[in-house]
Design a protein around this ligand. Structure first.
Ligand code: 0WD
Length: 263
């Protein structure tokens, strides 16, 4: 069991399709004790039975757009855990009007601000709040996407926010490494979740992905969860500041194989 005796706090589990649900499942299987944060009351209803199935009744409200909410959530956590070993940041958001249309035309100052605040700064904010409670050999993990590195239709300002999140991962890794904290990101391939359905034509992205990816398919939340469990375990003790792709190899292939084969 990779995560025996590890206590891990998971954010961003909105429903059973969330990437955080695949991560929770793998971490529970690997022996971790889990706690969860949720954005608001509305999401608690979905989260409760899922958390229960992973042996957890530690459910804490935390809206990452508010420092007060974040601070309160760690006060709550202290009632259950004196210290802990890992934090999963599986949160992203941009207003819907930012995720549809031509980038230069649709992007606004406000949309840019919100996307960067919720999708990138929140990782720093959670790291800052967690720091006094983190044990030696603990690990922070976030979820990013290829839009940080390359363009694609409609992902728009989220690509910029993910680029910021990836730099954030490296700066947090440098900043916290001497305190025994590792910080990594998983760049996941497209998966049909609530957040993903906010990106226009997401279904087309899934089929394009399968056509070009070396494995000829998309990935599952379980596959992301398995890598997340590894990265938060002591088996990854030498890995920090890294962006690990779990995308069926998509980012390594410039062209779909069949286009050459058909000639
Ligand atoms: O294809 C995908 N699904 C990919 C997702 C590919 C690569 C990366 N990712 C990333 C996302 O950008 C995000 O960072 O993975 C992370 C998790 O996303 P998900 O599992 O795809 O989406 P979802 O199940 O919707 O969970 C994201 C959750 C929110 O759900 P909704 O859909 O209700 O916004 O992030 C949470 C919320 O639970 N969230 C917040 N939590 C606290 N405070 C906030 C907030 N202000 N805003 C959103």
């Amino acid at each position: 069991m990779l995560l025996k005796n590890k206590k891990i706090l998971i954010s961003g589990l909105a429903n059973k399709y969330s990437i955080a649900a695949g991560i929770a499942s793998a971490m529970y299987r690997e022996g971790a004790e889990l706690a969860f944060t949720y954005q608001n009351e509305r999401l608690l209803k979905n989260l409760k039975p899922i958390a229960e199935s992973y042996g957890s009744s530690i459910l804490i409200e935390s809206d990452v757009s508010s420092d007060e909410s974040i601070n309160n959530s760690f006060e709550q956590l202290k009632k259950h855990w004196d210290t802990f070993d890992g934090l999963v940041h599986s949160i992203g958001f941009a207003p819907a009007d930012q995720l549809e249309g031509n980038f230069v035309d649709v992007t606004t100052r406000e949309g840019f601000k919100i996307a960067h605040d919720i999708s990138s700064y929140s990782f720093t904010a959670l790291a800052k709040a967690a720091k006094p409670m983190l044990n030696d050999n603990s690990a922070l993990l976030t979820l990013t996407y290829l839009g940080a590195m390359q363009t694609m239709p409609n992902y728009n300002v989220m690509g910029l926010a993910k680029a910021s999140l990836e730099a954030n991962t490296r700066f947090l890794a440098a900043s916290m490494g001497r305190d025994g904290v590792r910080v990594n990101a998983i760049s996941a391939g497209p998966i049909k979740t609530l957040a993903a359905s906010g990106v226009k034509n997401f279904r087309k992205m899934l089929s394009q992905h399968s056509a070009r990816a070396p494995l000829g398919r998309t990935v599952t939340t379980e596959e992301v969860g398995n890598v997340a469990a590894f990265l938060c375990s002591d088996y990854a003790s030498g890995v920090t500041g890294e962006i690990t792709y779990v995308d069926a190899g998509f980012n390594t292939a410039a062209m779909p194989l069949y286009e050459i084969e058909e000639e």
